[in-house]
Design a binder for this molecule. Structure first.
Ligand code: NAD
Ligand code: ZN
Length: 263
């Protein structure tokens, strides 16, 4: 089941998509590594460069130095802003264009699914989005670019323009709850889909990693495309341990041939 280059598996997934009604794609940091954004846990990943403690909500609230460090990171022109979608994002956007996609549920904060062409109404961002900054006091949301332009090259992060409160990147830090409504809607869609395809996630971060389990429990097919094994491999129908871009591109090409044959 896990031979990485087996064309039969590609074909089997294309057939599953062709037959399925609603397909949900669930993505993690691995879908974006081919765009030059490191994932968190692989060698050279984010956690080898940053201290995870700086991304706990407690430290962020307590330490002006942590907030300054993050402001410097934002000012430095971060890797999220300059990245472009890769073949995997484009293949997932193609699924939507072909009328096969119910939604994308993503743990990513990089905005690349939207940049690739997925309708933002169909992208459920469980961990927020780096393009936005939110005030922790009044909840006002600002585009990151606007705040950067207005305050560059200030050394200290600016306070909220409306209430003077603390501004924080609008992404979920450790110790914070996931956005309520997004989580609820993602859970509903994962539980009702016919097929869920995981692309590039280690499936160890909860509650996000419940999504494939909800789908499987409700009787959906489950496909996992990830370089390394995940805890959900044993319950999946197809597991492909290979690069997301190549695999997703081939699956969509196969699906396109099938759909053209039927047209
Ligand atoms: P993770 O780092 O735990 O796991 C990523 C998985 O992707 C790994 O198992 C790895 O083997 C696999 N992978 C890496 N490159 C791949 C490729 N080209 N093809 C196929 N598989 C590949 O990431 P996660 O599961 O998303 O969880 C970590 C958390 O980090 C998430 O909460 C997410 O919010 C956050 N994060 C987001 C970004 C981003 O927005 N791009 C980047 C880093 C981390
Ligand atoms: Zn405010």
């Amino acid at each position: 089941m896990t031979d990485p280059l087996d064309e039969k598996m590609v074909s089997r997934v294309a057939e599953m998509i062709a037959r399925a009604g609603d397909v949900v794609v669930f993505t993690g940091a691995g879908v974006s590594t081919e765009s030059g954004i490191p994932d968190f846990r692989s060698p050279g990943g984010f956690w080898t460069k940053f201290d995870p403690e700086d991304f706990t909500i407690t430290r962020f609230l307590e330490s002006p130095e942590t907030r300054r460090k993050q402001w410097r990171f934002l000012l430095s022109g971060d890797l999220f802003r300059d990245a472009s979608p890769n073949a995997a994002h484009r293949a997932i956007a193609a699924l939507e264009a072909m009328g096969k996609l119910d939604c994308v549920i993503t743990q990513n904060i990089d905005n690349l699914h939207q940049k690739a062409g997925n309708d933002r109404e169909r992208v459920f961002e469980l961990h927020g989005n780096m393009r936005w900054i939110r005030c922790l006091d009044c909840g006002e949301r600002y585009p990151l670019e606007e705040i950067l332009e207005r305050h560059r090259p200030a050394v200290d992060p600016p306070p909220c323009g409306s209430c003077g409160g603390i501004l924080k990147p609008d992404v979920v830090f450790f110790g914070e709850a996931l956005p309520d409504e997004t989580l609820r809607e993602a859970t509903r869609r994962a539980s009702q889909c016919a097929l869920l395809i995981v692309v590039g996630s280690s499936l160890v971060v909860y509650p996000a990693a419940y999504m494939p389990l909800y789908a499987k429990q409700a009787g959906a097919g489950l496909v996992i495309v990830n370089w390394t094994p995940t805890p959900a491999d044993r319950i999946a129908d197809v597991v492909i341990h290979a690069a997301a871009g190549d695999v997703m591109e081939r699956i969509v090409a196969d699906l396109r041939r099938r759909m053209n044959r039927c047209a």
